[in-house]
Design a protein around this ligand. Structure first.
Ligand code: ADP
Length: 406
């Protein structure tokens, strides 16, 4: 009996042990599954936050890099990948990735010293980080590098922002050139006037009426030139300072504007025996614009043709024709023309083609075409030029349909 009881007790004990083992095995399995679940959730969370970080950094307009202490690029956002397009930069050394040492210099300084650096670098076209994609000539960049505050001391990460400031640099350059050119243009006539004044006052020439008259005439010519330059500069600055938005737009007959400028230039036209044709199938075409600037545009273009070709037999055509998408206006002549090398620069301030004449003969300010271009752009139009010297030099203006008054 007692033996039976022992067996039963042993069976129960084994059963209990088995149950315990089963329970513990199940518990272990549950724990393992849970752990795997946590791990995968953690991995997916990490991946998700990394994706989120990348998405945010990709949304940045500036190029953004992460560089480790071994000077190797570990991360590049979308803008950085586009900047270095066609060249693999990930896992490459900074010096290899950047084409110009000047670009790498600031960043390397930060990597070596741990000090934040902000530096402006101006590069020639050939060594732009954009490589062969660079077509803008001299290009400018701001490199902003700083060590990430929470990166490990053993291998600190440095973040680098590369900002393209080429257009700001070019604008600044244009402004500087304008001031330099304007000063130069004004200095020449001023020096001439001063020279004559000195002669008159210090050399005692005032008593000679003939000489005095001759000197004063020259001085007047040069002071007229100063006035003209200042006047032209004021018109340009008005057009550039946003006043263009306040153009006095009024409908006017384009034909009457042509008539006005031909009247103003009548004496030069007849003096040079120039042949001026107006091609305007729609005589009554009306344009919504600032008549003051349109008169200046046409005047400058026709005056240029006359001025550059003081010989007899010049033929000038002024045309205006309606097109499906707007109006085309042109002024053409068969004179000396503009060499193709000068054509891209012709609308720049103070730019002159001086090959055909001496500056004594032709007294332009070099601002005429800049005014023309800015005035047309203020009216929503564009201007272009083609030139076959001796045959056809043609300035053509395209205006949108919105300027036509029906
Ligand atoms: P400028 O006051 O010297 O005339 P513009 O800006 O009006 O200055 O013109 C710039 C240069 O473009 C001129 O100096 C001239 O060399 C050239 N140019 C303009 N129009 C003509 C033309 N119709 N034929 C030949 N050259 C021209």
């Amino acid at each position: 009996m007692s033996q039976t009881l022992t067996i039963i007790a042993a069976v129960f004990a084994y059963a209990a042990l088995g149950l315990l083992l089963l329970l513990s095995w199940r518990e272990k399995r549950r724990y393992r599954n849970e752990l795997a679940g946590w791990k995968s959730r953690l991995a997916s969370d990490t991946q998700q936050s990394r994706n989120e970080r990348d998405r945010l950094l990709d949304a940045l307009g500036d190029a953004f890099l992460l560089v480790d202490s071994g000077e190797t690029i570990r991360f590049a956002n979308k803008a950085a990948r586009a900047l270095f397009e066609g060249r693999e930069i990930l896992d490459r050394q900074v010096r290899e990735a950047f084409l110009d040492g000047r670009l790498a210099e600031a960043l390397l300084h930060c990597l070596q010293t741990g000090e934040p650096v902000q530096s402006r670098v101006v590069l020639p076209q050939q060594t732009s980080p954009r490589g062969d994609l660079e077509t803008r000539g001299v290009n400018a960049w701001i490199i902003d590098a700083a060590r990430l505050p929470d990166s490990p001391d053993s291998n600190p990460l440095t973040r680098v922002v590369i900002r393209d400031v080429t257009s700001e640099h070019q604008l600044e350059q244009v402004r500087k050139d304008f001031v330099a050119n304007a000063s130069h243009e004004l200095r020449t006539p001023l020096a001439i006037i001063n020279g004559y004044l000195e002669n008159l006052l210090d050399e005692g020439m005032l008593d000679d009426r003939d000489i005095t008259r001759r000197f004063l005439t020259v001085m007047r010519k040069h002071s007229d030139r100063i006035s003209r330059i200042v006047e032209d500069m004021l018109v340009i600055s008005r057009l550039e300072s946003g006043e263009a938005a306040a153009l006095k737009l009024e409908p006017f007959k384009f034909r009457s504007c042509i008539h006005d400028i031909l009247e103003r230039l009548e004496s030069v036209i007849s003096q040079q025996h120039a042949d001026v044709h107006v091609t305007m199938p729609e005589e009554t075409l009306r344009v919504n614009g600032d008549r003051f600037y349109w008169t200046q545009v046409l005047f400058n273009l026709v005056e240029n043709a006359l001025k550059q070709n003081p010989h007899r037999g010049l033929r000038i055509e002024i045309g205006c024709i309606r097109q499906p998408h707007g109006v085309r206006i042109w002024v053409s002549d068969n004179g000396v023309g503009i060499p193709s090398a000068d054509l891209p620069h012709i609308f720049r301030r103070f730019y002159r083609v001086e090959k055909h004449h001496s500056q004594q003969e032709i007294k332009g300010t070099g601002l005429g075409l800049s005014i023309v271009k800015r005035a047309i752009e203020a009216h929503g139009g564009t201007i272009g030029v083609t030139s076959v010297p001796g045959q056809d030099t043609r300035f053509f203006i395209d205006l949108p349909l919105s300027v036509i008054v029906e």
